[in-house]
Design a protein around this ligand. Sequence first.
Ligand code: FE2
Ligand code: FE2
Length: 213
Amino acid sequence: MVRFFLLEPLNGSGRKGGIPMQPLLIAAQAAELLSGSPQGLLVHSRRVASLVAYILETAPNLANGYRQDEIILAALLHDLGKLHWPEEFFSKPRYLLSNSDFFLMESHPFSSANLARQIGAPESVATLIEQHHEKKGGGGYPRKLINPDPVALLIGTCDAYAACLEPRPYRPETLTHAQALKEARKVGCLTSAAILEVLPDRILTNSLKLGRL
Ligand SMILES: [Fe+2]
Ligand SMILES: [Fe+2]
């Protein structure tokens, strides 16, 4: 097996020792997988990763001991598990989905993390992915954690914000910046929500247009 070490590899845990891996190659592989999805997963994932990168640039302390590139990688890989969803999950209104459909949908943080591991992501990245739909106080899923990892909340905040700017089968109209912020604040990472609140016009305009962020 050929390994490339052109950049400093991430460690298995993000903070301790582990198997070396190459974040850029993992990101490239994820982009290749996501680009095969007709549901706009690549654009959504890139948008979430871009917002996360912007927040970390604005407030580096929010990295909380993680490397910035592993957090951005987790943001890029967070919805990989949706590649296994049946097409109807993307097209049916939510009221037509069964309880077992919802169970499968709400387990995508686990399947995303597993796919991320399969393409070489370290456990630190997989853990952040598993928690990207958790909310502070226990209102999220899949584990309903009371105190999720604050960095996972950062990713979840950007995910919630970005999702509001994209059409969904249960909500064909996109929401406004103010409405998206309201959803983003519910995740519980108030600092990152406050940074999104004052996004520069160039980023805000582009994200509302669903253009390049
Ligand atoms: Fe997700
Ligand atoms: Fe997402």
